[in-house]
Design a protein around this ligand. Sequence first.
Ligand code: GLA
Length: 352
Amino acid sequence: MADAFSAKAPGRVNLIGEHTDYNGGMVLPAALSVGLAVALSPRDDDTVAVTSGGYEAPAIRNLSDDAVGEWSDPVVGAVREAKNIGLLNGGATLDVQSSIPEGSGLSSSAALIVAILKAARAAGGGTQSDVELAVAARRVENDYMGVPCGIMDQMAVALATPGTAMALDTKHLEYDLIPLPISHELVVVHSGLTRKLTDGRYAARKVECDATKAHFGTNDLCLLQVEQIEQEELDPVAKRRALHCATEQARVWTAIDALKAGDIAALGQAMNESHISMRDLFEMSLPEIDALVASAQELGAAGARLTGGGFGGCIVACVAKETREAWLEQLLARHPQAGFIDAISGEANGKA
Ligand code: GLA
């Protein structure tokens, strides 16, 4: 068998800035400690053979296969993209080891695609930058998988470093890595409700935003002024979506400034306000998640919110390090269907 080339990618959590990444806005994701590793050996034929730990049965696919709703779809799409951009001549034999729970909105699919592209870059001696590979990974999601996602997840898993948050301008793909707090942890808790970006609700929001963009004649809902949206004669749903985008953009900047200044109270407030906007304006939450976020706040988190695409998945809460254990115990006692996923802080900064 040909030599194996390996690459890793972490899962990600978004601290704030939801559904802004296809509306010209800012996001603030961070790398998790859960992640995945890929070992890839190029093949001369068009077979894509993949074994895994943390996923389902081994799969034997072909480069010409369409996406069929199986776990190996992102693998086929990534290998096909690697061939298209000149990194591979044919298929590949791969092994994937993952600790990222699927269906939790922590970007297991983006991590898988990015790690495969990075391993293929090593195999093919490619000179593409990590940003170029992130853009290629988004193409796999949009064009091969049919998931109309933005660029946040791919950029985060390709470039974020442990212990930092990535302040990413999704319009220009410029970013800044800001150390996370040391005094507090960003705790990721699964709601127990799984979600899929392919279930139609994410796409429905994208369609609504596209219609609103057409109304305003812009691609960048996040860059509109709140007053301008409020004064506009507009369908109420479109107005709520646009107001979420514009106000969320302001909250991301508040959170970035707060992180830089070590102002936990301001960071927490921005997170809490973001949840209200996701619940009432973007309408992407669920009653169970609202209850989980409310408990997280009542039990002492400086801030808590739904994170990711919405309609299920995880919440993220900012909790003082010394109280985290007791906080989590009480939270899970109140919400037995919820589960701890990960906790990250600035302590991991520089310890990649
Ligand atoms: C999913 C998508 C991202 C982004 C978020 C919502 O994670 O993959 O592109 O739109 O939802 O912020």
